[in-house]
Design a protein around this ligand. Structure first.
Ligand code: F6P
Length: 564
């Protein structure tokens, strides 16, 4: 398959498609919303005893129950029309074909190529990206096997026992989430640490008990220009050289993962020890690229390839299943329905699996950095809500903290529950207790408890209003057999593609992240102003001036009573 990359103007200004709010299906969904809003999930379930089965789909090892959303068949058929009219499938195909769908950066978006099998080809701008991907995967495999097998020796000849990934954002959250998620499959005599925050505490605590002779640093940065990562990498290099007493020790203890060979070399890492990826991999879509080197060392190449196969299986499903059966399409349109039509501002992601405890943080970057946008692809201010806030915690912990608000608060929080039929650590009846809570929470959210029910149970009259649970609060339940590398890949790809579907509907560029730049630039200006010899006269707004001056005086005299 060879494609001519479409001109940026052709993609950015699809003049044949009317703006979202004028789309007939969108207008019809708005009218339909008014009908549906007066309904209760209790009624919808009573009217259709098969609802729980009708609104579930199974694909790629996932059972997806979306019956407890405030939807009807009409909701789905209107969204099917919207997806058709907005040419979501064509946009999906354009992504898979390597077209420059990241319009503001004029880039292809090809994380799907990272998980294509070796026998596929995908020429983009004249280069087969699948061959490039597999070349790097093979280098990663060799290196991971050397570290795992003890053949990769440190400067003093000792095998590596500790792997420290230094990176931030997509160069941290994917690796740490995947390591935690797949810890069960990891090589237990290796220690893994993840340093992301420029707060020195992160680095100092991460290396506190490590032996430098046995420690490998993986400096992960797509751009190799991120201040936090370079600051931590510099401290890591100093720590290593101080402990080993020799500058040349860096060669055996530092490798880099980046798209920027020049900067890697300038930092002092031999590019022979650099694992490459490409500008068509977004940071938040990079965990299965070379950014996953720590994951591969932890779980081994075979399991890593299994994870890639899981991603790819979901890619193929997304690419080929009709809308009605397509998990990412359905998850995506339900998010739009809940956010834009029903007005629910956030989504809770609650994995009932301790191994997935970093999944909500990972999904926050994936969803919010992708779809937290205020202009369309052609730069018009949007007139509707885009990306909702994602947040979450593993169950059952959340139940004993914030679920109160989810059940009885004045804000409705649609929840994605994620659970597995089998525990990787079966122990007595823990797992059934855990899973009973998913089913019970989804049930309680949907159906609640009425005054009548409370009274018939003999509730004290004074407590009745406090105990009423209105219900009608939507949730999805995603079930699978058990957590595995393959399953993790499929689950992440499900969310990636759901984010894509939402972004296409909102006509935004889900693959840029300009919003993070301003704060970075301002911080660079402020850094020199925080030192004691900097000029005292500052040129910011009065709040920033006062905060900086107070900070400096606190730092200098410990009391904060300087002249500010
Ligand atoms: O500042 C945001 C961001 O650019 C993310 O998109 C990215 O994942 C992260 O910083 C880290 O960037 P890099 O991998 O280039 O260091």
């Amino acid at each position: 398959m060879n494609v001519r990359p479409r001109l940026i103007e052709e993609i950015a200004t699809p003049m044949t498609t009317p703006p979202l709010l004028e789309q007939p299906a969108w207008v019809a969904l708005a009218a339909h919303r008014d009908e549906v809003k007066s309904r209760h999930l209790r009624e919808l379930f009573d009217e259709d005893p098969t609802r729980g089965l009708r609104y579930h789909r199974q694909a790629v090892g996932l059972y997806f129950d979306f019956s407890k959303n405030l939807i009807t068949d009409e909701t789905l058929s209107l969204f099917a029309q919207l997806v058709r009219d907005l040419k979501v499938e064509q946009r999906r195909d354009a992504m898979f074909a390597g077209e420059h769908i990241n319009v503001s950066q004029d880039r292809a978006v090809l994380h799907v190529a990272l998980r294509m099998p070796k026998d596929r080809t995908l020429p983009v701008d004249g280069v087969d990206v699948v061959a490039q991907v597999h070349h790097v995967l093979e280098r990663m495999t060799t290196f991971a096997n050397q570290v795992r097998g003890g053949q990769w020796r440190g400067h003093t000849g000792k095998p590596i026992k500790n792997v420290v990934n230094v990176g931030i954002g997509g160069s941290d959250l994917g690796p740490v989430m995947a390591y935690e998620a797949l810890r069960h499959f990891s090589m237990r005599d290796l220690t893994f640490r993840f340093v992301s925050n420029v707060d020195a505490t992160d680095f100092v605590e991460a290396v506190y008990d490590l032996d430098a002779e046995e420690t490998l640093f993986i400096i992960s940065s797509k751009t190799f220009g991120t201040l936090e990562t370079l600051t931590n990498a510099t401290s890591a290099r100093r720590w290593l050289v101080e402990h080993l007493g020799d500058d040349t020790a860096v060669a055996k203890h530092f490798v880099a993962v980046s798209t920027n060979a020049e900067k890697v070399a300038a930092f002092g890492i031999d590019v022979a020890n650099m694992f490459e990826f490409w500008d068509w991999v977004g940071g938040r879509y990079s965990m299965e690229s070379a950014i996953g080197l720590s994951t591969m060392i932890a779980i081994g190449p075979e399991n890593f390839y299994e994870m890639l196969a899981g991603f790819h299986a979901m890619d193929e499903h997304f690419r080929s299943a009709p809308f009605e059966e397509n998990l990412p399409m359905l998850l995506g349109v339900l998010a739009v329905w809940n956010h834009d039509f029903l007005g629910f501002p956030t989504v809770g992601v609650m994995p009932y699996d301790q191994y997935l405890h970093r999944l909500p943080a990972y999904l926050q970057q994936l969803t919010m950095e992708s779809n937290g946008k205020h202009v369309t692809r052609s730069g018009e201010r949007v007139a509707y809500e885009t990306g909702p806030i994602y947040w979450g915690e593993p169950g059952t912990n959340g139940q004993h903290s914030f679920y109160q608000l989810i059940h009885q608060g004045t804000t409705t929080v649609p929840v994605d529950f994620i659970g597995f039929a089998n525990s990787l650590n079966p122990l007595d009846d823990h797992h059934d207790i855990l899973m009973s809570n998913i089913f019970a929470q989804a049930q309680a959210l949907a159906f609640g408890k009425t005054e009548e029910e409370l009274r018939s149970e003999g509730a004290d009259e004074r407590t009745v209003p406090h105990r009423v649970m209105e219900g009608n609060r939507p949730s999805n339940v995603i079930l699978a057999t058990e957590l595995s590398p393959r399953l993790l890949g499929s689950l992440i790809a499900l969310y990636e593609h759901s984010v894509f579907v939402q972004g296409v509907i909102w006509d935004i560029d889900s693959f840029d992240q300009w919003g993070v730049e301003l704060g970075k630039q301002l911080a660079v200006t402020i850094i020199p102003e925080l030192t004691s010899d900097a000029p005292t006269k500052l040129a910011h707004d009065s709040s920033t001036n006062a905060l900086i001056t107070y900070y400096r005086s606190l730092k200098e005299n410990g009391r904060g009573d300087g002249d500010f």
